[in-house]
Design a binder for this molecule. Structure first.
Ligand SMILES: Cc1cc2nc3c(=O)[nH]c(=O)nc-3n(C[C@H](O)[C@H](O)[C@H](O)COP(=O)(O)OP(=O)(O)OC[C@H]3O[C@@H](n4cnc5c(N)ncnc54)[C@H](O)[C@@H]3O)c2cc1C
Length: 322
């Protein structure tokens, strides 16, 4: 690891000004992703700005929704009784992420900004457009079993890694961001960018900006939500396919469906077309069969991940049946 300096900040303003003025600096929260990347020399920072003392660690619930501070630890969020009751998909997504030790340390803000797990991104011996724009993508003609089948481009096929972000996408979360000016809010659907020809640009976050919180509306769908994650082993593994589902059902008819996929796309993937089809449909085998075909319509598999198409269909079927 290259030497770096360390600064602990006490206010949001101090954090934002320090990062805006020092282009070689980075915020550190739990450090569970950033430090690994620094050790592997994939990411460098001359100064780490420790944001852990900022007052961003509250979970505030109301009848209309919840605001989760960016520095809340994942464990704390998953165990919160109101989250478990009104937004079960969040608790389930977190509990199936990483390991208990990592979840104790990792924060909500850091989780949403963790880097992709593409082995070619994480190994500087290979070209990667995300790491060094214009260098090429070793995954496209490489071993791409874990890679994306949705939202890919000829420049990047890396899968978005966060489970929490997939749950938040199904719940229409809002990302609250603080820069030098006042707080701004961006829908999670716009926050994450498709790789296109600029895969190094992953979000709408501007240099120096801090995620301060995530806000989630409380509604009939969020209360009836679940997260299904399919992976190579039952714990401590990233998703091959995941489905976050929030449904409003009356008399076995789907009134509203909100569905997001993980493990298969370059950003947390909202299944808008599928949702539109499911609206006001009876929850029966015909509906389910048609739904799974619709879900994979846009899928474009790579050489080694054709299996994700069938896996995604079965995961949707299981999530909807449950
Ligand atoms: C072995 C292993 C297995 C894992 N498995 C999973 C898994 O199954 N599912 C899953 O979802 N994740 C998984 N993870 C990823 C883990 O969840 C993340 O490492 C963690 O959530 C990152 O949070 P952090 O607070 O430690 O972030 P940090 O490492 O501190 O920061 C990550 C990035 O976010 C930036 N940042 C942090 N907070 C803010 C903020 N408030 N505003 C602006 N920028 C900020 C940092 O500058 C850095 O660029 C795994 C990680 C490991 C090491």
């Amino acid at each position: 690891m290259r030497p770096f300096s360390y600064a602990k900040v006490k206010t949001k303003e101090q954090a934002i000004i320090t990062l805006t003025e020092d282009k070689t600096a980075a915020f550190i929260a739990g450090g569970t992703d950033l430090l690994g990347l620094m050790k592997d020399r994939i990411q460098t920072a001359e100064t780490l700005i420790d944001i852990n003392s900022l007052p961003l660690n509250k979970i505030e619930t109301s009848a209309t929704g919840v605001r989760i501070g960016a520095l809340c630890r994942l464990t704390e969020v998953a165990l919160h009784p109101d989250i478990q009751k009104h937004y079960p998909v969040i608790s389930q997504a977190i509990n199936q992420s990483a390991s208990p030790q990592l979840r104790n340390m990792a924060t909500v803000g850091g989780n949403l900004l963790q880097k992709v797990r593409c082995p070619y991104f994480r190994n500087a011996a290979f070209p990667c457009n995300k790491r060094t724009p214009g260098e090429g993508c070793a995954a496209i003609n490489g071993y791409n079993r874990m890679h994306a089948i949705l939202g890919t481009s000829e420049h990047c096929i890396a899968v978005h890694p966060s489970d929490l972000a997939v749950a938040l996408t199904a719940l229409d979360a809002i990302i609250c961001i603080q820069g030098l000016e006042k707080e701004r809010q961006i829908s999670i659907h716009e926050f994450y960018l498709l790789p296109g020809d600029t895969p190094h640009k992953e979000t709408l976050l501007k240099p120096g900006e801090l995620i301060v919180a995530v806000e989630i509306p409380n509604n009939n769908c969020s209360r009836n939500s679940n997260y299904l994650k399919v992976r190579d082993r039952a714990a401590y593994e990233f998703a091959l396919v995941s489905v976050a589902l929030a449904l409003e059902i009356e008399n076995r008819t789907i009134i509203t469906a909100k569905i997001a996929f993980g493990g298969v796309a370059t950003k947390p993937w909202r299944a808008w077309e599928l949702e539109e089809f499911l609206q006001n449909k009876p929850l029966n085998q015909n509906t389910l069969n048609f739904a799974t075909e619709l879900a994979i319509k846009q899928a474009k598999p790579q050489q080694h991940n054709q299996f994700k198409i069938e896996l995604l269909k079965r995961a949707i079927l299981r999530a909807l049946s449950e």
